[in-house]
Design a protein around this ligand. Structure first.
Ligand code: TYM
Length: 355
């Protein structure tokens, strides 16, 4: 077992009374803790859904789950204050509409717990800049403007590590683009534990083989991203007409066969989306579309997307019609996780000499 486990290392860092047992009272093995986060900037898209959200939903009964709307990460890039406020609630409502069940998972907003920022600062002071210089996402996001990019964007992965480590997380389900950040969190755990004694659980990323990197519709060489052009993604709130138009325009190639060929990134990406949404095997999908053209395949994909998103959009409309209930759910989520965050931060401060 990788050390420290939640039942060993974390227990030492926690107050003895609250140290978790490896087994529950009924003798069942304790469930592992999942933590994952999502940024509220722009609209969530099917890349987020297929790479992350639907796994969070599907595995709620397997883990002890914490899901977070990471608004502190959002402000590493300039945001309009009013839009940010709206986007945080819209994303929380969408996560619920996708099936995050507040009775089985804690759902909360990152900035509602000051412990995230506080632990991030302490970890920033323990993280060599050389580790951050290796982070590819900073280079992509800052582009040619590295000098004017915020210090927050640069240390973004340390805040992400703080998110994960505050809750003694075992498993971090994410898309491929977050792999490097979870690796950094593991490096931080190991160096902190080695220097100050066992304090944090070493988390592991959980990244699926299929769907961990859904590509952009208009440029299948690039990852589907919230910051891309509208035609590049299917937003979870896109209506059927919009979905049909975007899929009809999606980049493919001049060949005709509808087969899973990684050397044909456009059609491969569309087929992957079809595979994930339909649950069919690749062979069955290829057989279904044998002798058919892109037009027919794209129409079938658009229908499948619309049928997947329709119930989510219906639930979203219902949830947003009761803003008070959404506030209660988010407040409840924050209250559920607060004791864990307080406990870890207290242990860290003691170790470091701040308490
Ligand atoms: P974010 O908001 O960019 O994305 C949320 C989740 O969606 C996944 N994802 C994708 N999966 C497949 N194909 C794509 N094209 C695609 N685009 C995005 C992401 O991998 C992610 O799992 N830094 C994180 C948020 C975060 C976090 C955390 C995650 C903050 N703290 C702690 C895990 C643990 C981010 O910006 O994700």
């Amino acid at each position: 077992m990788s050390a420290p486990t939640r039942a060993s290392g974390a227990a030492k860092a926690r107050a003895p009374k609250a140290a978790p047992a490896a087994k529950t009272k009924t003798g069942q093995p304790k469930r592992e803790r999942v933590f994952s986060g999502i940024q509220p900037t722009n609209t969530p898209h099917i890349g987020n859904y297929l790479g992350a959200i639907r796994h969070w939903v599907a595995e709620q009964d397997l883990y002890d789950n914490i899901f977070c709307v990471v608004d502190l990460h959002a402000i590493t890039l300039p945001q309009d204050p009013n839009e940010l406020r709206v986007a945080v609630r819209r994303l929380a409502a969408l996560l619920l509409a996708c099936g995050i069940d507040p009775n089985r998972s804690a759902l909360f907003v990152q900035s509602h717990l000051h412990e995230h920022a506080e632990l991030a600062w302490i970890l920033n002071c323990m993280t060599p800049t050389g580790w951050l210089n290796r982070m590819t996402q900073f280079k992509v996001k800052a582009g040619d403007a590295q000098e004017s990019a915020s210090a927050g964007l640069y240390t973004y992965p340390v805040l992400m590590a703080a998110d994960i480590l505050l809750y003694q997380t075992d498993v971090v389900p994410v898309g491929e683009d977050q792999r490097q950040h979870v690796e950094l969190a593991r490096d931080i755990v190991n160096s902190f534990n080695a220097r100050f004694g066992e304090t944090f659980v070493e988390p592991r990323a959980r990244i699926r083989e299929v769907g961990a990197r859904i590509m952009s519709l208009d440029d299948p060489e690039k990852k589907m991203s919230k910051s891309g052009a509208e035609a590049s993604y299917i937003a979870l709130l896109d209506r059927p007409e919009v979905i049909r138009k975007k899929i009809a325009r999606a980049t493919t190639d001049s060949q005709r066969t509808i087969v899973f060929d990684e050397n044909r990134p456009g059609i491969f990406n569309l087929l992957t989306i079809y595979q994930l949404l339909s649950g069919q095997t690749r062979a069955a999908i290829e057989a279904e579309f044998e002798g058919k053209g892109y037009k027919e395949f794209k129409a079938a994909l658009a229908d499948l997307l619309a049928a997947t998103l329709e119930p989510i959009q219906r639930r979203y409309d219902a949830i947003t019609s009761d803003p008070g209930e959404l506030d209660r759910i988010l407040a409840h989520g924050a209250e559920r996780v607060r004791p864990m965050a307080e406990q870890t931060l207290r242990a860290v401060k003691e170790r470091v000499g701040l308490l």
